[in-house]
Design a protein around this ligand. Structure first.
Ligand SMILES: *[C@@H]1O[C@H](CO)[C@@H](O)[C@H](O)[C@H]1NC(C)=O
Ligand SMILES: *[C@@H]1O[C@H](CO)[C@@H](O)[C@H](O)[C@H]1NC(C)=O
Ligand SMILES: *[C@@H]1O[C@H](CO)[C@@H](O)[C@H](O)[C@H]1NC(C)=O
Ligand SMILES: *[C@@H]1O[C@H](CO)[C@@H](O)[C@H](O)[C@H]1NC(C)=O
Ligand SMILES: *[C@@H]1O[C@H](CO)[C@@H](O)[C@H](O)[C@H]1NC(C)=O
Ligand SMILES: *[C@@H]1O[C@H](CO)[C@@H](O)[C@H](O)[C@H]1NC(C)=O
Ligand SMILES: *[C@@H]1O[C@H](CO)[C@@H](O)[C@H](O)[C@H]1NC(C)=O
Ligand SMILES: *[C@@H]1O[C@H](CO)[C@@H](O)[C@H](O)[C@H]1NC(C)=O
Ligand SMILES: *[C@@H]1O[C@H](CO)[C@@H](O)[C@H](O)[C@H]1NC(C)=O
Ligand SMILES: *[C@@H]1O[C@H](CO)[C@@H](O)[C@H](O)[C@H]1NC(C)=O
Length: 454
């Protein structure tokens, strides 16, 4: 993940003036939409990529965060119906996908990590599933997600640890010697979502392979359901660090939920969903704060979260919203925690007399921190609560396009070109490189149906 400055605890003196609290009624969808709007507006106020002379989607010091901004705004649009940010989102998502549509854009490719790239791939996947409109001059969102998948599949590394993706891509990058949960978990999630979206077994076979490898090394423990963050490829992944981050759980539980849905409830995936939900809901919603308010506890309690880590909560609650949609039986466990977290976040978003959001929701008051990351996590938790109201819409579209209803976009020549280019630079031994074309594009009729929802 690309670096950012550490944030340190600070600034109690900012707690001045009458707070204009977000007045959230968690049982009222209009009230939730209003809270989501306030937080999303605050997040977009940090975005300048759509201004004249600026580069769309570019965040020079923290490139991966652009993918989180856009993925959050796609969820926000889809669940609230407010499409006012879509022009900026569509422009930025396309610009950063680069000449090959695979989010290995030249300006960043020399220091990109596998996890950075796949966060963009997952944003494109969300755009495909939710039917974000695409420009006629661009390939489909699903084609861009496939391009990311293909380049990652070509990097699968059997030379150490029996497989897995490395954290970083190039030998000169510091994280090259590491195999981590974030890179492999997101690759798993992308494969599982593509499998359900296209119905193509190439992706489900990969999802199985990534999951099985992850549980064969000390990364994903399929008995305790604890996920560690990193292992050293240099010591053959003999040990792991046991550091706990919510997004590692989010990626694996989301992928497992999509596989659960695709297989119509196969026990392998159900036990994965149950096990990972159990550990993550227990650990990231600490009993000491009532058990229903999310905390990225490894850094929040010490007040040492960096910008990346401040985004993790938002990514995780978005994942929970997807899980509750494709594995609806989980809703009863998930919803109270989304509600408790949103209610607390509303009280943490009371800064600067304009609803600026802090980091720690459990403090239930503004904690003096601010940034795009704080705004995005709050926007995500408000938005995620709308699954309690708009389930039928979300259910239709989060993967409603299966092999039957998807069609091959035979005119999508740029996607084929991309895939040929990706495979040229990687190995083709695993079969990933033959993913040319495929039933990816949403038909115009399906897209029209999606848009009619609003
Ligand atoms: C922020 O934390 C993440 C892991 O949680 C780490 O990968 C990243 O390098 C950190 N960033 C900085 C600038 O320290
Ligand atoms: C909220 O107020 C602060 C301090 O005046 C300002 O820096 C920030 O841009 C404002 N945020 C929004 C979304 O208007
Ligand atoms: C840039 O995007 C923001 C947020 O969607 C929007 O309010 C603003 O009007 C856009 N500016 C331009 C110049 O398109
Ligand atoms: C890469 O940098 C150049 C020069 O600043 C800029 O014109 C271009 O838009 C950038 N491309 C992306 C994808 O950020
Ligand atoms: C746990 O993972 C190991 C290694 O992949 C596998 O052999 C075992 O069957 C898995 N257990 C379950 C219950 O899936
Ligand atoms: C996790 O599993 C344990 C043992 O089955 C159970 O007591 C606990 O309630 C579960 N926790 C959650 C959050 O589901
Ligand atoms: C799969 O997801 C759909 C929503 O897209 C849901 O209606 C269905 O019940 C899910 N299948 C299973 C087995 O839970
Ligand atoms: C695929 O989607 C169509 C139309 O939405 C539906 O009728 C069909 O049952 C689905 N097939 C599978 C295998 O889910
Ligand atoms: C198919 O791809 C072409 C070329 O990129 C594009 O113009 C067209 O809109 C795409 N059609 C669909 C249905 O996505
Ligand atoms: C799945 O993808 C592979 C590789 O691109 C392709 O050969 C195959 O035809 C696809 N299967 C279906 C059912 O479309």
């Amino acid at each position: 993940m690309l670096g950012t400055l550490w944030k340190t605890a600070s600034v109690i003196t900012l707690l001045t003036g009458a707070a204009s609290a977000i007045d959230l009624d968690i049982k009222d969808d209009k009230s939730i939409k209003s809270a989501a709007h306030t937080a999303a507006y605050g997040a977009m106020s940090y975005y300048t990529g759509n201004l004249t002379g600026h580069i769309p989607g570019a965040f020079p010091t923290k490139w991966w965060e652009g993918s989180i901004l856009f993925n959050t705004m796609i969820h926000y649009w889809y669940l609230t119906g407010d499409d006012s940010n879509n022009p900026a989102v569509i422009q930025g998502m396309n610009w950063q996908s680069g000449d090959n549509n695979d989010y290995m854009t030249a300006n960043y490719s020399s220091y990109i990590g596998n996890d950075d790239q796949s966060f963009w791939g997952l944003a494109a996947m969300t755009a495909a599933e939710f039917g974000l409109p695409q420009m006629s001059t661009e390939v489909s969102w699903a084609s861009k997600a496939v391009a990311v998948f293909n380049s990652q599949a070509s990097r699968w590394d059997d030379s150490t640890c029996g497989g897995g993706l490395r954290w970083q891509i190039y030998t000169y990058e510091a994280g090259y010697g590491i195999k981590n949960a974030m890179s492999n978990g997101e690759f798993f999630e992308l494969a599982a979502r593509l499998a359900r979206y296209t119905g193509n077994t190439t992706y489900s076979n990969w999802a199985e392979k990534i999951w099985d490898w992850s549980s064969s090394v000390p990364l994903l423990n399929n008995e305790t359901w604890i996920i560690s963050d990193s292992m050293s490829a240099e010591n053959h992944c003999a040990t792991s660090d046991n550091v706990q981050w919510s997004i590692n759980y989010g990626a694996y539980v989301t992928g497992a939920a999509y596989m659960y849905n695709l297989t119509n409830g196969a026990s392998k995936w159900k036990s994965g969903v149950d096990g990972l939900l159990n550990t993550s809901l227990t650990n990231f919603f600490p009993a000491q704060y009532g058990g229903d308010i999310m905390s990225e506890y490894e850094c929040e309690e010490k007040e040492l979260c960096n910008n990346s880590e401040i985004l993790f909560k938002g990514i995780f609650v978005r994942d929970l919203a997807l899980v509750s949609t494709v594995a609806p039986y989980t809703m009863d466990d998930i919803l109270p925690r989304l509600q408790g977290s949103a209610s607390a976040a509303a009280e943490a978003c009371t800064g600067e007399s304009n609803d600026t959001c802090g980091v720690r929701w459990y403090s239930e008051k503004y904690d003096g921190e601010k940034g795009m990351e704080e705004q995005l996590s709050a926007a995500s938790v408000f938005t995620a609560n709308l699954v309690a109201f708009d389930r039928s819409d979300l259910a239709t579209q989060a993967g409603g396009t299966n092999a039957t209803s998807a069609t091959t976009n035979t005119t999508d020549t740029r996607a084929s070109g991309t895939q040929a280019a990706s495979s040229a630079s990687g190995t083709s031994a695993n079969g990933a490189s033959v993913l040319v074309g495929g039933p990816l594009a949403v038909t115009a009729a399906v897209l029209a149906g999606m848009m009619a929802t609003f």
